[in-house]
Design a protein around this ligand. Structure first.
Ligand SMILES: [Fe+2]
Length: 245
């Protein structure tokens, strides 16, 4: 039956990508959500924005965030149960955001990582010092059967004027995940410009909120209005479709 009362569209409804590939929503594991209540508030916000699938990625970093796959999966189960109880219709998965340090090297060797999808591993590097073993680590991940994804490449200022590094990373099979908030200049102008250039060059495989708190989720509304968010979403969708063919 025809109705004059159309359902109000949420901001992300028209976009092809409704998956968030990087966030810190799992409670009590890192510098993200502190309590289950805070987690649920943010998950509801993500749902209301139109997201349907969240891949949550707590930090794993040296002696600081010693999250094991088991600890992460236990928290995932807790959050899934709560979402079910509250009738929140979201697909919830978990992985980790590994920091490139000596502990990471050990975990790769022992294959003690928590991948997502097709054995994908999300990892980050220092914002201050360029790691000397970036390409070696990527190679070691691949030898161990993992598919490396570098988190927020636009946030590493030592690469901003060396764009060839990004091209080399992708050429060597390391996929790139940019932060959605970079597209509104949340981390700075240079980060925004770099993220936009990565999209222009079709080097972006994933978009992530990297949300740690409610403010980050609220800012995603602004991100959805940017031209580059729409372009990146479309590219990612096209890449996923071409991978399937
Ligand atoms: Fe993160």
């Amino acid at each position: 039956m025809f109705s004059f009362f159309k359902k109000k569209k949420n901001v992300y409804e028209c976009l092809p990508i409704k998956v968030d590939f990087h966030s810190h929503f799992l409670p009590g594991l890192d510098d993200g959500a502190i309590s289950l209540d805070e987690t649920m508030t943010m998950l509801k916000q993500m749902h209301d924005l139109g997201y349907t699938h969240l891949i949550m990625s707590p930090h794993v970093m040296g002696d600081y965030y010693k999250n094991t796959p088991l600890m992460i999966l236990e928290k995932l189960e807790l959050v899934r149960m709560e979402a079910l109880k509250q009738n929140l219709n979201l697909i919830l998965d978990a992985t980790a955001e590994y920091y490139l340090d000596e502990w990471f090297a050990e975990k790769i060797e022992q294959k003690q990582l928590l991948p997502f999808g097709d054995n994908n591993i999300l990892f980050e590097i220092s914002y201050v010092n360029e790691p000397r073993n970036l390409f070696e680590t990527i190679f070691n991940l691949q030898i161990a059967g993992y598919k490396p994804i570098l988190a927020h490449p636009e946030r590493y200022s030592f690469y901003h004027n060396r764009f060839e590094i990004y091209e080399e990373l992708v050429a060597k099979g390391c996929q790139l995940q940019i932060n959605s908030l970079s597209l509104i200049g949340y981390y700075g102008i240079a980060e925004r410009k770099t993220a936009e250039k990565l999209i222009e060059k079709n080097l972006v495989a994933y978009l992530g909120s990297d949300a740690h708190k409610q403010k980050h989720v609220e800012l995603l509304k602004e991100v959805s209005k940017t031209e580059f968010f729409a372009r990146a979403s479309q590219q990612i969708q096209n890449n996923i479709l071409s991978d399937k063919n």
